[in-house]
Design a protein around this ligand. Structure first.
Ligand code: MLT
Length: 391
């Protein structure tokens, strides 16, 4: 049954102004849903079940709203593989980027170059190009900026994440474990409803009829902020500072840090009000692949200790672990030890979900007409009528 267009979903009062649109419905989302207690589901499938699905199948689901049959999956993988390959212009641009730039700044700049060299202007084609090419872009950023060596070209016989790990060529890493962690990381970070900052920003930019690459670049700028995607980097730094799996010492650290006004990265969420299932999946993965790793053990201690401490403060509405609480400890344990790069990995994955939502808004919404250019209303304030004195 079609939804009643006159249904009142929300009443905006003056108290809602200047609150970052918190909780105010502004559109529909067909890729994912965030339940405050259950967490995110992708087109109806709980995220914890999605980690057993191949990354390309998860992307296909977000793009086409059905899991692929084996034949469809094989064709989708082949399609993505055929789109691989960065132009030398992009590689040269990466090599010329300033070392002092943050990897997220490199990613933003890289996306602009990718757009200039490979956009078609077709929302669906470019969404696939973005997924196919962004692993190589990300791997090249890691290699060049970290000084690991020349970028490595993709192979035609590997799946998306296997190829990414191959192109990363992380010195001394156990590639089997790295692949396991990155496959799960990629699927868990793909999408998180329509209103998270990077997704909202990407869709807003796309609504002006820019293109998928410009939209992805704007999204990555939004994700770069420590209150959004960069929290995964800051969370590992917090885990490093706590530096113990002793519950009492860890609790004392969190209490003192919170009382002096520090942000406790990895705990709390704008929408969730229970432990994030994406964190739960990663704690279980850590138990399998690095149970004795010191940072994993600290992160595991914080899983219980931080909510117990934070929950005693009235102003904390959700003291529970979110997706960032343990992801850094896992990445570190499998060889990606520089936390500056963690948000780039988040961005690599989230770009696919954002591109899927952009397709929905640009070519499917409103019977194919698309969502018009974003133009919310701001109430003018503090502007009494004035005139320049022309005498
Ligand atoms: C997340 O993945 O948790 C987000 O992007 C943050 C949000 O949902 O607002």
């Amino acid at each position: 049954m079609a939804a009643d267009p006159s249904e009142v979903l929300f009443t905006v009062t003056r108290a809602h102004l200047d609150t970052g649109l918190r909780g105010i419905p502004v559109g529909t989302c067909g890729t994912s849903k965030v339940d405050p207690i259950e967490g995110v589901s992708y087109v109806g499938y709980p995220v914890a079940e999605m980690v057993d699905v191949e990354p390309e199948a998860a992307v296909y689901l977000l793009y086409f709203k059905e899991l692929p049959t084996p034949e469809q999956l094989a064709a989708f993988k082949a399609d993505l593989r055929a789109r691989q390959g960065l132009s030398p212009t992009v590689i040269n641009a990466i090599k010329a980027m300033p070392r002092e730039g943050h990897p997220m700044e490199w990613l933003m700049a890289g996306l602009v170059y990718l757009g200039m060299t490979s956009k078609t202007g077709d929302w669906v084609e470019d969404a696939k190009n973005l997924v196919a090419k962004s692993t190589e872009l990300t791997a090249a950023i890691f290699r060049v900026r970290s000084g690991w060596g020349e970028p490595i070209a993709p192979r035609a016989d590997l799946d998306l994440i296997e190829n990414f790990v191959y192109m990363l060529g992380v010195p001394g890493a156990d590639n089997a474990k790295l692949t396991e962690v990155l496959r799960s990381f990629y699927v868990l970070h793909l999408d998180h409803g329509g209103g998270n900052l990077s997704t909202f920003v990407g869709k807003a930019v796309a609504s002006g009829n820019a293109d998928q690459f410009a939209s992805a670049c704007a999204s990555m700028a939004a994700l770069y902020g420590p209150l959004h995607g960069r929290a995964n980097q800051d969370c590992l730094e917090l885990v490093r500072k706590v530096g113990t799996d002793d519950p009492e010492k860890a609790a004392a650290y969190i209490k003192a840090a919170f009382e002096r006004g520090d942000k406790i990265y990895g705990f709390g969420h704008a929408v969730l009000r229970a432990e994030d299932p994406r964190a739960r999946v990663q704690y279980a993965l850590g138990e399998r692949i690095c149970p004795d790793d010191p940072l994993f053990r600290t992160a595991k201690t914080l899983r219980t200790v931080a909510p117990a401490v934070l929950g005693t403060f009235e102003k904390v509405s959700n003291p529970f672990p979110n997706v960032d609480a343990v992801s850094g400890a896992l990445l570190n344990a499998v060889g990606l030890t520089d936390s500056n790069y963690y948000t780039v990995l988040f961005g690599l994955s989230r770009m696919a979900g954002i591109a899927a939502q952009v397709i929905d808004e640009r070519v499917r919404a409103r019977g194919g007409k698309g969502v018009p250019i974003y133009r919310p209303k701001y109430i003018a304030e503090g502007q009494p009528p004035r005139h320049l004195n022309k005498s």
